[in-house]
Write a protein that binds this ligand. Sequence first.
Ligand code: MLT
Ligand code: MN
Ligand code: ZN
Length: 304
Amino acid sequence: MKIQVLGSGAGGGLPQFNCNCDNCKAYREGKKSVKRRTQSSITLSEDGENWVLFNASPDILEQIHNSPFLHPTQKRETKIKAIVFNDAQIDHTTGLLMLREGCPHQVYCTKEVNDELNTSFPLFKMLKHWNGGGTFWNEITPDNKAFEIPVMPNHDFYALPLISNAPPYSKYRDTPRSGDNIGLVVHNKKTDKKLFYLPGLGVLENHVLEAMKDADVILIEGTLWTNDEMIKGNFSSKLGTDMGHMPLNGQGGLIEILDTLEKPRKILIHINNTNPILDEENDEYHELISHGIEISYDGMSIEI
Ligand code: MLT
Ligand code: MN
Ligand code: ZN
């Protein structure tokens, strides 16, 4: 399985249009130790020709432009043959609008996400007006039972319920349902290797820890360094955990959890522009790296 990171940033990306935090400022000033990051998304392929997209970010057109393997080779075609959503967040779904000329798309998501995308943020309903189809909804149930995606016949996909949060626009904000957020495990049946993808995690439950132990590669959120980072920096009045994001640092943080895992390669994604690990000159970057944790970047390739 080929895994390509299309975007490694959290909502807003880096630089965020209205942000002048240390990282956004440093990037605009040309500091080499801070990278540009579009909003989080990965794409997977078995044959290098047909791709399954995990989340469609608002930056999808730039991401496709920067990824020659996604360029059409027929007069009109898309190499993205299926789209899977972890949740209905704006930074994970809005890109579907930018892909409207390629409708209909095969979309895989839970019934809770399908519900949001037909009501509160009615992308699916709107897209019905393009090419007479919009999207074909394939239901995922977060029950850890295998499902299949035809363009990756040698892989099994599993959805696990995660406790995070429903989108800010949702009536379920702060009271998320099972199915509002899922983690995805992709098992390569030929190599017997597993990817675990979870770009948002608010609470570590035991079944999530078990899936982490079993994975060969974990791509996990690294949104914030500390839980009060957005409050301290005067960027927001919310804690990370209020937004459904566990911090990396401190007691009970993600670094402490990842430290207990021996088998997997541990790679962060969905990293907010305020996070000090995003400047390679910072102590926090060096501390993270000393734990054997990697930071994904736009254009990163992984093969398992
Ligand atoms: C999140 O990850 O919490 C969301 O993407 C927030 C947002 O919509 O900006
Ligand atoms: Mn997000
Ligand atoms: Zn910023």
